[in-house]
Ligand binder design. Structure first.
Ligand code: F6R
Ligand code: ZN
Length: 196
């Protein structure tokens, strides 16, 4: 028997390759500077950025997620991280571990410059730079965070099991062991004092 066409088309989409928006996301999320309190390493710089920018949007996520929550059901989404810094720390996503460490994820860069910061549970981190066309594979037990190191929106497409679950609490408490900071010479990693 053929699958129900309406059911399939709900979960298919069109990605606008100029604006990098999805036609029919099942969920959309906008994350502003004020909702990233505790994530950036310099609280005073964050408060200043909130007031200077009128609480700018740091990143937006649009996802297409099936209702069934299981590790073998795929979901996908687009994340647009805007360019900017708080102090010298580059705009970034919150970042998380997957609650189910068997659930891997694949990120494909579509536009802009940036990368993926990853970290083990015991605080070993590394950063992979990404430009349009680069794909990065994330093991299920690695925390992951997108970072924009450029001057335009850094856009990625990600595919992950819908039942992966997001554990934000670990990162909310201590962050990643490395910060991605920018200066005149470009972006580089610096140790996060909260991991010292
Ligand atoms: C899903 C996934 C991405 C992120 C998105 C925003 O497992 O990793 O779709 O959810 O890039 O980042 P967070 O969720 O850390 O705010
Ligand atoms: Zn994830």
């Amino acid at each position: 028997m053929l699958p129900d066409r309406d059911m399939l088309s709900d979960l298919s989409t069109h990605l606008d390759l100029d604006r990098f928006t999805l036609r029919n996301p099942t969920r959309r999320r906008e994350v502003t500077l004020s909702s990233l309190r505790g994530y950036f390493s310099a609280p005073a710089a964050l408060e200043k950025a909130i007031s200077d920018t009128g609480d700018a949007v740091v990143y937006e996520v649009e996802v297409v997620e099936p209702k069934e929550q299981a590790p073998n059901i795929l979901a996908y989404g687009v994340t647009r991280v805007f360019p900017g810094r708080v102090g010298n720390e580059c705009y970034m996503t919150k970042g998380h571990f997957h609650a189910d460490p068997t659930c891997t994820e694949i990120y494909l860069a579509l536009a802009g410059r940036g990368g993926l910061l990853q970290m083990t549970r015991d605080g070993r981190s590394f950063f992979q730079e990404m430009r349009a066309g680069d794909a990065v594979y994330v093991r299920g037990d690695m925390a992951h965070r997108l970072v924009n190191t450029g001057d335009d929106a850094f856009v990625t497409w990600a595919v992950y099991p819908v039942g992966a679950g997001h554990d934000y609490s670990t990162i909310a408490e201590r962050g990643f062991s490395s910060l991605v900071v920018g200066d005149e010479s470009g972006a580089h990693l610096a140790p996060n004092p909260r991991w010292a």
